[in-house]
Ligand binder design. Structure first.
Ligand code: MN3
Length: 245
């Protein structure tokens, strides 16, 4: 969808909602940066956002088949199951509003709303693999990572540990809580936007450590997958998200 059309729909939705909650303002700014597909305005349902690059763009670090299955089957299933779970409930909330009040929802909505949000972020926080040179952060996020964690290598080690130590399925996060950068992880499809999650804040960087994200190429070697993922981070997008905080 074109930006103009999306903005038009967003404006219409906001107009239709009448009163503008604070969370809707935050949501609006994040949605200018991350494509979550069709938003859940009145009478609409969620949809799968297109990948911002071809399925093979992350080769050889993440293979085409993994990306294709991950996007068209796993992410699509979260979208479909979320829509199914909300069917007949006359949902008027945005994805972010649902997540902010997830303690009031059942497990099906929790897992699928989280799955839809997390994967939409994950795709857009990566970029096509170009060269084997180090893909280092730059700008404001680089400076703040240094002042918060000492240096990039220390940050990288702590974040990698968060991904490695998450037992079973889940996500590793860099997020902002009270203006502070923090590292953490969540189980299943939980994320820091959920009102009763283990960690809370606004996500800047998301890493899927479910086996389906890496098993075809890496089998049980999660550490190798994480080590290669650093070459794919879209630091420009991380900076854009950070600037909104
Ligand atoms: Mn996944």
């Amino acid at each position: 969808m074109s930006t103009g059309r999306r903005n038009f729909l967003k404006q219409s939705t906001l107009f239709a909602l009448g009163t503008l909650a604070k969370s809707a303002i935050a949501n609006e700014s994040i949605e200018q940066l991350i494509d979550f597909g069709t938003n859940a305005g009145i009478g609409t349902s969620f949809s799968l956002p297109a990948l911002p690059y071809p399925y093979a763009a992350l080769e050889p670090l993440i293979d085409k088949q993994t990306m294709e299955i991950h996007h068209t089957r796993h992410h699509q299933a979260y979208v479909d199951n979320l829509n199914k779970a909300l069917e007949g409930k006359n949902n008027t909330r945005t994805l972010e509003e649902i997540l902010n009040n997830i303690s009031k929802e059942d497990k099906t909505v929790r897992n699928n709303a989280g799955g839809h949000y997390n994967h939409s972020l994950f795709w857009q926080l990566m970029k096509p693999f170009t060269a084997a040179k180090d893909n280092l952060p730059f700008g404001k996020i680089a400076e703040t990572l240094n002042t918060t964690f000492g240096d990039f290598e220390s940050f990288k080690k702590q974040f990698t540990d968060a991904g490695l130590k998450r037992f079973g399925s889940g996500w590793a996060w860099l997020y902002v809580e009270n203006k502070q950068l923090k590292i953490g992880s969540t189980p299943n499809q939980d994320n820091p936007l959920m009102d009763n999650a283990e960690i809370k804040g606004l996500p800047l960087l998301a890493l899927d450590v479910w086996e389906h994200a890496y098993y075809l190429k890496y089998q049980n070697k999660r550490a190798d997958y994480i080590n290669n993922w650093w070459q794919l981070i879209n630091w420009e997008k991380v900076n854009e998200l950070f600037a909104k905080n």
